[in-house]
Design a protein around this ligand. Structure first.
Ligand code: GCO
Length: 461
């Protein structure tokens, strides 16, 4: 495989998120985010911690102080694009315009400028899950007002950094943060149940549509899009009477996991035809919301890691099905317990390209966590992460396959640059192409980092 196969204008990069790497959780006037609160609050269940080993992002990779060193490493690896997110409470500590924090605003100016100084293009995500806690105290995404505060914030940042950012991503994986944070309660803010989930979905959908329009109005020369998590879904079997039930359960899961947020953006409304329980969402509609949900994005970002196998179940309301854990059906999984299924990204690219209204697709996240072993060779620390290289390579081959078949896929970002705080899983899973020793904050380039560099420099890999 060769970089040239993907074409000259294909963009290559790495991705991170503010809470997962920055640290400096209360420095220079930053406000508290829902992730600060969630990680600082002990679980009521003594047998189940909220976060692996009660870890938190207080220090994380200390990127807030070490961003120059990190960008130097990125440059050393010839990575041309850096996708990172802005921390809303760093800029507006209580989430509203009146709380404006100049030091937070200046930090992102420095970060963006430092990218350009190294010929690295900044790609900015406006919201990667760290809602200001002050807004959560008023209901968070279940409160319609939060989406209006999000628009104020979006309007501000897209004006403030306008000329310096050629590519904006409105939201990161709305499905993930609404399901995990507002339905299952395993991510911040830890809310549970349908009564939280449905209003959150609708308000996030409004934020996505209106936020995208504001960003485009403020930055007409930048590309504006947003990202979606997606998993290729298949039924456990299609045979016999149960086969039909499994198949329908897979259709409902696909609607939920892969279609819920993109279809209203494209003007198709929520996928109620495939997942009838979503009809409840109409309860939260106000006059004009259909229009508000729409956004003519310049591109969509898809973020894919795995495939899910679904079976019918009478015990899980709304979707009437469950996911069969990969660990129970696969000999080998990643450290996250996810199946390695490269063909999945091919099918998903085909699926998203078939929506009329999708003009361009970037793979804005793909990568894998494996246990990394440090070895000393000739006085140097090396990490021979062959599994990660194989994973990335096999997924890239499928991206290329889709591209050759006419899918307008034009970019790829590895999740992630440096090992970091993996939400509820803490620091245990390591997704980086650069290893972080959290005791010393030393970084060590893994073999996958060198592999990516060689590929980016045009070597056959
Ligand atoms: C996500 C995030 C990342 C995760 C990654 C691995 O969307 O879930 O963008 O923050 O760390 O996906 O789980």
């Amino acid at each position: 495989m060769n970089r040239k196969d993907f074409g000259e204008d294909f963009i290559w990069g790495v991705a991170t998120a503010a809470y997962q790497i920055e640290g400096a959780w209360n420095e220079d006037g930053k406000g508290e985010s829902i992730w600060d609160r969630f990680t600082h609050t002990k679980s009521l269940n003594p047998f189940k911690q909220r976060i692996y080993q009660n870890q938190n992002g207080d220090i994380a990779c200390d990127h807030y102080h070490r961003y120059k060193e990190d960008l130097d490493l990125m440059k050393e690896l010839s990575i041309p694009n850096y996708r990172f997110s802005l921390s809303w409470p760093r800029i507006f500590p209580d989430g509203t315009l009146s709380s404006k924090n100049q030091k937070g605003i200046d930090f992102y100016h420095r970060l963006i400028d430092a990218c350009w100084e190294r010929d690295i293009t900044p790609n900015v995500t406006i919201y990667h899950w760290d809602l200001p806690q002050a807004l959560e105290d008023k209901g968070g995404w279940t409160n319609r007002d939060t989406y209006l505060r999000f628009l104020d914030y979006t309007d501000f940042v897209t004006k403030e950094y306008k000329d310096k950012v050629p590519r904006w991503f409105v939201l990161n994986e709305p499905l993930a943060f609404t399901v995990l944070g507002y339905f299952l309660g395993i991510h911040a803010p830890g809310r549970k149940g349908f009564a939280n989930f449905y209003p959150a979905v609708h308000h996030v959908t409004l934020a996505q549509g209106e936020g995208g329009k504001i960003a485009k109005r403020n930055c007409p020369d930048s590309e504006i899009g947003t990202t979606f998590s997606c998993s290729y879904i298949e039924p456990v079997s299609q045979d016999g009477f149960l086969g039909e039930l499994h198949k329908n359960a897979a259709i409902r899961f696909d609607a939920l996991l892969n279609c819920l947020y993109i279809e209203p953006m494209l003007g198709m409304g929520y996928p109620i035809d495939r997942l009838p329980s979503l009809k409840v969402l109409e309860k939260y509609f106000q006059e004009g919301d259909e229009e508000r949900m729409k956004f003519d994005a310049d591109f969509i970002g898809i973020q894919n890691y795995t495939r899910e196998i679904v079976k019918w179940s009478p015990f899980m309301p709304a979707v009437w099905g469950t996911i069969i854990e990969a660990k129970k059906r696969c000999e080998k999984t990643t450290e996250m317990g996810w199946e390695i299924y490269p063909e999945g990204i091919y099918h998903l690219l085909k699926k998203y390209a078939s929506y009329s209204g999708v003009k361009k697709i970037y793979v804005t996240e793909n990568g894998a966590a494996f246990s990394d072993k440090l070895v000393e060779e000739n006085g140097q620390i090396r990490i021979h992460d062959v599994e990660r290289i194989n994973y990335i390579k096999s997924y890239l081959e499928q991206v290329l396959r889709a591209k050759k078949e006419g899918v307008p896929v034009n970019g790829y970002f590895i999740w992630t640059f440096i090992d970091n705080f993996e939400w509820a899983e803490g620091y245990r899973p390591r997704f980086g192409i650069v290893y972080v020793d959290y005791e010393t904050q030393k970084r060590y380039i893994k073999d996958s980092g060198y592999w990516y560099r060689d590929f980016l420099l045009g070597k056959e890999v």
